[in-house]
Design a protein around this ligand. Structure first.
Ligand code: ZN
Length: 311
């Protein structure tokens, strides 16, 4: 399944939910009318009053007066419902998204609720979980104050996330030992970009490599879909490059393909690693290394210093 097909499926599910809710309400209304003559009477009055209000100029004295009457009528109706063991919820459709009222679209654009669901489905399809929980405001201010270098990187990351996708160099590499805050910073960026409703895939190199290797055992179409989700997402974050088991030829070819396609499509890729550039060169070869550290579109940071795992 590609992004468009998933979007269509999600839109269909949302519309189906809306329809089911409306049917549920209609059935419950029918039941309420059968059980309570008083409810049925009040309901008719309510409808008549709504039509009446619709004819009047807005905010006129008469209209405001009727609106107050309408409110009283509704209160009576709820009391009648309670008498027959029902509640207001039984005659109100459940709305999951207040923004689009479960229409899935606002005007001609797709609502953010759909985009979020599609994003989750895409992650699941790629065999990944949403595990970006850190946010910029959760950073330890004391640590940042003490460590100018980390603070500089932190501010850069924040600006990067804020400005995305309008950034000059859309790739970022963070190099440094375990515990200096690389993962935290990447998760902060992922969260910020997700909030803006972009398609982000956040993965450890270990997962990334496994998913792609497993994909090769699947049917061609499914294989391509998994590759496509890595290639087409707005931002791909690969954490801890070098931690994965490299089945040399296969893993390297997969990594190169994804990085290369993303470069051609001008998509943003963020990588962190404990390995120094020359070690990356040793492990993955020059082709991959030069893609990762391409100065024309990449900001590379060396994060060293003592253990500064934030949060
Ligand atoms: Zn919505």
């Amino acid at each position: 399944m590609n992004k468009l097909e998933i979007t269509q499926q999600v839109l269909f599910e949302v519309k189906q939910h809306k329809l089911n809710e409306e049917l549920k309400v209609q059935q419950n209304l029918k039941l309420a009318r059968q059980k309570s003559k008083e409810f049925a009477k009040l309901e008719t009055q309510l409808k008549e009053m709504q039509i009446e209000i619709g004819k009047l100029p807005q905010n006129s004295d008469k209209s405001n007066e009727l609106k107050f009457e309408l409110y009283k009528l509704k209160t009576h109706m709820i009391k009648q419902l309670n008498k027959i063991g029902m509640s207001i919820n039984d005659i109100t459709p459940e709305v999951n998204c207040k923004k689009c009222q479960d229409k899935g679209t606002i005007g001609s654009s797709v609502c953010s609720c759909i985009k979020e669901t599609v994003n989750k489905k895409l992650l699941k399809l790629a065999g990944l979980n949403e595990n970006a929980t850190a946010t910029f405001d959760k950073a330890d201010k004391k640590i940042l104050k003490e460590n100018k270098q980390l603070n500089g990187l932190f501010e850069f990351a924040k600006k990067f996330a804020n400005d995305f996708p309008n950034i000059k160099k859309n790739n970022m590499v963070l190099i440094g030992p375990v515990g200096v805050g690389k993962t935290f910073i990447l998760e902060c960026i992922a969260n910020e970009i997700l909030k803006k409703n972009y398609f982000v895939i956040y993965t450890t190199a270990f997962n990334f490599s496994n998913v792609l290797l497993n994909a090769l055992a699947k049917q061609q179409i499914e294989q391509q879909e998994i590759f496509n989700s890595f290639i087409d997402c707005d931002m791909l974050i690969i954490d801890d490059l070098g931690s994965e088991l490299v089945q040399k030829n296969l893993s390297n070819a997969n990594l190169f393909n994804v990085l290369n396609e993303r470069k051609i499509k001008n998509k943003s890729t963020l990588i962190s690693s404990n390995l120094m550039p020359e070690q990356i060169d040793d492990k993955y070869g020059n082709r991959i290394c030069s893609r990762i550290f391409d100065k024309r579109n990449t900001e590379a940071y060396l994060v060293d210093g003592k253990d500064l795992r934030i949060n």
